[in-house]
Design a binder for this molecule. Structure first.
Ligand SMILES: Cc1cc2nc3c(=O)[nH]c(=O)nc-3n(C[C@H](O)[C@H](O)[C@H](O)COP(=O)(O)OP(=O)(O)OC[C@H]3O[C@@H](n4cnc5c(N)ncnc54)[C@H](O)[C@@H]3O)c2cc1C
Length: 404
């Protein structure tokens, strides 16, 4: 499997190499195996490569599951079933695309290189960390992987505690709701005037704000955290907010967004913007190199990153066909996202941010039964929707009347 960058293998005999072992990587392999049982596949991943559904990170407390219990299939079983040569706990350091080679350190710390016929980058995204002052700034946690969750659960411990969540976007709200279910006190800080401000019309965001407040969330909106210090007298953490207020908490979770992991691709000279730029065939600016998942910026989505499960499922299917010798353009269908906030279930089919139009709320829906909002463009076409509460079961019906 290991070869020198100047090896003599003919390109067609070289393996398909995949960097990453998250949902994007494993789904491409699964789809490819339906079309091609023979191709040699090598997968390298800096983590354990165990298979789990990342969305379960933000409802693990509700499910009473530890990080280990979220693993649905161990890495070795995945590799055996899908006939993959797997190198877990292996970080790729460098790509040399003209030579079709990559370099990494093996388990013994020995520098190795590997030649590829085709390469798939599925390197995911990294949590954005805001700069923060204070003696306890390093104690801020973020949860984007299983190990992060294990560390966070360790900090939470068994005793009831109070957690400060920084960020009222999708992931911040989901964790806030999960922590409430787990019996924790929850503060949420965000500079926006309401939760999910970038995703929802104002009235829907206010419904979520009220629902979570009704279950115990203390909101601190229109402000942000300036510093975090260890309070030596109480043994707790003292968060100072820009609005001048102070909070005593036991743990701080940052959920202020993700940034596509473009490090390898960027250093190798590939075009990267908000993510690794890929065309409609998922091809990067380098020949024989493809990308998908949270690391990719899709031409098929109007040059957007789409860090959600459904885009990965669609992209993996199209890429597998291309890799199996049937060049296939990725065309995304409408992909509504379910927000896992049991206090107020929400389904969002977001319009493209460049579209101009207006949100309108359906009249005649009793507020206690949730709400329906439609995004209507200048030509009068419905281009997105939001469903809350009991109305969230109407996603199929609304999807039928929504134009992409
Ligand atoms: C808390 C949370 C809740 C979510 N909830 C939802 C939801 O409800 N619905 C939804 O649609 N989406 C949700 N998402 C988003 C969804 O889970 C992600 O879009 C998806 O899991 C991303 O998969 P990925 O394979 O692209 O990235 P990842 O799972 O991050 O995988 C990246 C892989 O790349 C490897 N890697 C990176 N760099 C290197 C390197 N140099 N060398 C070797 N390996 C490397 C990593 O080890 C990892 O295996 C949620 C995300 C989070 C964090």
């Amino acid at each position: 499997m290991q070869g020198s960058a100047t090896g003599t293998d003919a390109p067609q005999a070289l393996p398909l190499v995949i960097i990453g072992a998250g949902l994007a990587a494993w789904t491409v392999v699964r789809e490819l195996r339906k079309l091609d049982a023979q191709r040699r596949i090598v997968m390298l991943s800096s983590d354990s490569a165990d298979f789990y559904a990342k969305p379960t990170l933000s409802n693990a407390l509700a499910q009473k599951r530890s990080a280990d219990q979220l693993v649905t299939t161990p890495a070795a079983k995945m590799a055996e079933t899908l006939q993959v040569q797997l190198l877990p706990h292996t970080r790729v350091h460098r790509l040399d695309t003209p030579a079709r080679a990559l370099s990494y350190d093996d388990a013994a710390g020995q520098a190795r290189s590997l030649l590829y016929g085709d390469l798939v980058l599925a390197t995911g995204a990294d949590p954005i960390r805001l700069p923060m002052a204070g003696s306890a700034a390093a104690q801020v946690q973020s949860v984007n992987h299983l190990q992060d969750l294990a560390g966070f659960h360790q900090v939470l411990g068994a005793a009831p505690k109070t957690v400060l969540v920084i960020g009222a976007g999708l992931i911040g709200c989901e964790f806030a709701n999960d922590l409430l279910i787990g019996g924790y006190g929850v503060h949420v800080v965000d500079p926006s005037p309401r939760p999910l401000a970038l995703l929802l019309p104002a009235a829907a965001g206010e419904q979520l704000q009220e629902a979570l407040q009704g279950q115990g969330v203390a909101w601190h909106l229109g402000t942000t955290v300036q510093s975090l210090d260890a309070d030596t007298s109480s043994g707790r953490l003292r968060a100072s907010l820009v609005d001048g207020s102070h909070l005593q908490v036991d743990a701080v979770l940052s959920a202020v967004g993700l940034r596509a992991n473009t490090a390898l691709a960027g250093a190798a000279g590939m075009a990267c913007e908000r993510g690794i730029v890929v065309d409609a065939h998922l091809q990067t600016s380098a020949a024989h190199v493809y990308a998908l998942g949270d690391c990719a910026q899709y031409a098929s989505a109007g040059a957007r990153v789409l860090p959600y499960v459904m885009p990965i499922m669609n992209a993996a299917k199209a890429l597998a066909a291309t890799l199996a010798g049937q060049p296939t353009e990725l065309v995304f269908p409408l992909m509504p996202v379910a927000v896992k906030t049991p206090a107020l279930p929400i389904v969002v089919a977001a319009p493209h941010p460049a579209l101009s139009g207006q949100w309108t709320q359906d009249a005649g829906v009793d507020a206690a039964a949730g709400g329906v909002w439609r995004f209507v463009d200048a030509a009068g076409q419905q281009r997105g929707f939001v469903l809350t509460g009991q109305q969230s079961s109407r996603r199929m019906e609304l999807a039928k009347t929504t134009l992409l």
